[in-house]
Design a protein around this ligand. Structure first.
Ligand code: ADP
Length: 402
């Protein structure tokens, strides 16, 4: 069975085509700067011999329909295509950022589902309209394929109310659905399942802390396969400091800046989302650069790394308290998978919580799932590469009963 996964942004479409029988990606790509003269389509595919090849097309893509159509043409191109006809694609899985309280799981898309995703636009004004656009164009291009929505928020719908309610007037929740939702659900769910398989234990019997450190960053306390707390909130701005996002701050900072420094709503939005995090603290948002600068003696880079890893460590402590007993910590995503320095700082001096990293294993740069905790560590520490696109494809297959 072949499943196409689509992640549609406001000016981009990311796609990946999976052969589910072989559990591998046949092709992936990105159409970006849609609507601008400088649009770029980058398309990667596997040759019959299994080599990876890349095609880059620079020509204006006027809208999402054209972007997806062009990508599908490349998937079927007789010279280097990976499918003969679009009807080979049984289903399209869509990443949808916000499912509000409507969706506890992935679901087949129909008019009612579209209407509910539309209702969640107020909660994710930048993401949900773009996701809807992706669904609409995919329905036109693949009228016979099943369309499935996989939500970033769905995995966290199991949070108890004391973990998702903010201590603000309860009418704001009742009338406006202001509450913690959490994001990166596909990644937390994917690595939790992979951890259970790696440890050869049923997921229902495991307590895990999953730590997704990419450009965005979030953590999740997972009890028996269900999310019971997570660091992101109503939006993906809360929780850990990130590449350019601030994470948790005192909410009064905004009031003070608006009042005393005359910052507008737009200025505040830009400052919190685009100018904060690692970038705000030391001038660069790429963790590799931060580490390079720190090693070259840059004091701001050193403090940025300390602020970043201190917050992860604090959440580890909080989630140990929340879960009571922890079987494993799981590091994932760009930074979590690739940076021994960050992992070491996040777990330093946590022996009292039963967490200890083995220095040699931590620095082993092997690919794939690995255990980096010491023999004495009661809590296993794992590094597990995430694969959100594969998870969306698996969910899509599950929903259509394939
Ligand atoms: P996204 O959230 O966009 O999917 P990724 O999961 O790809 O992001 O993570 C991107 C982050 O991973 C960047 O900050 C990048 O610096 C970091 N990263 C990638 N490789 C390394 C590495 N070897 N050491 C430290 N950080 C790394």
């Amino acid at each position: 069975m072949k499943i196409l996964v689509i992640n549609s942004g406001s000016s981009s479409i990311k796609y990946e085509l999976f052969d589910m029988d072989q559990r591998r990606a046949l092709s992936s790509g990105l159409a970006e700067k849609i609507g601008e003269p400088s649009s770029i389509l980058t398309h990667q595919y596997l040759t019959a011999r299994g080599d990876k090849k890349k095609i880059v097309e620079k020509a204006e893509i006027t809208n999402h329909y054209q972007g997806l159509q062009r990508s599908v043409d490349l998937l079927m191109d007789p010279r280097h295509g990976v499918i003969g006809h679009r009807s080979e694609i049984a289903a399209v899985g869509h990443r949808v950022v916000h499912g509000g309280e409507f969706f506890q799981a992935s679901t087949r898309i129909d008019d009612r589902v579209m209407a509910a995703i539309r209702q969640c636009i107020a909660l994710a004004p930048l993401h949900n309209p773009a996701n809807l656009m992706g669904i609409e164009v995919a329905c036109k291009i693949f009228p016979k394929a099943a369309q499935v929505a996989v939500f970033d928020t769905a995995f966290h719908q199991s949070l108890p109310n004391y973990a998702y309610l903010y201590a603000i007037p309860v009418e704001l929740y009742e009338k406006h659905k202001i509450r913690r939702y959490g994001f990166h659900g596909t990644s937390h769910a994917f690595v939790a399942e992979a951890a259970a398989a790696f440890l050869s234990r049923p997921l229902t019997q495991l307590n895990l802390i999953t730590i997704h450190l990419g450009n965005g960053a979030s953590m999740c306390a997972v009890r028996g396969g269900k999310s019971v707390d997570t660091s992101m909130g109503l939006t993906p701005l809360a929780g850990l400091p990130m590449g350019t996002r601030c994470g948790d701050i005192d909410p009064s900072i905004l009031l003070i800046l608006a009042d005393r420094v005359n910052m507008s709503f737009g200025d505040l939005d830009k400052m919190l989302n685009k100018k904060s995090g690692l970038l705000g603290l030391c001038g660069v948002n790429d963790m590799r650069e931060v580490i390079r600068k720190k090693q070259a003696g840059d004091k701001q880079a050193k403090i940025a790394l300390e602020v970043y890893t201190y917050q992860v460590k604090k959440y580890i402590g909080a989630y140990c308290a929340c879960l009571g007993h922890v079987d494993a910590l799981v590091f994932t995503a760009g930074i979590g998978e690739n940076s021994p320095v960050v992992r070491e700082l996040c777990c330093r001096n946590l022996q009292a919580l039963g967490i200890e990293i083995d220095d040699e294993k931590n620095h082993d740069s092997a690919d794939g799932i690995r255990q980096i905790s010491s023999r004495n560590s009661k809590v296993k520490v794992l590094v597990i590469p995430t694969n959100e696109e594969l998870r969306i494809a698996q969910e899509t297959q599950r929903v259509i009963g394939g």
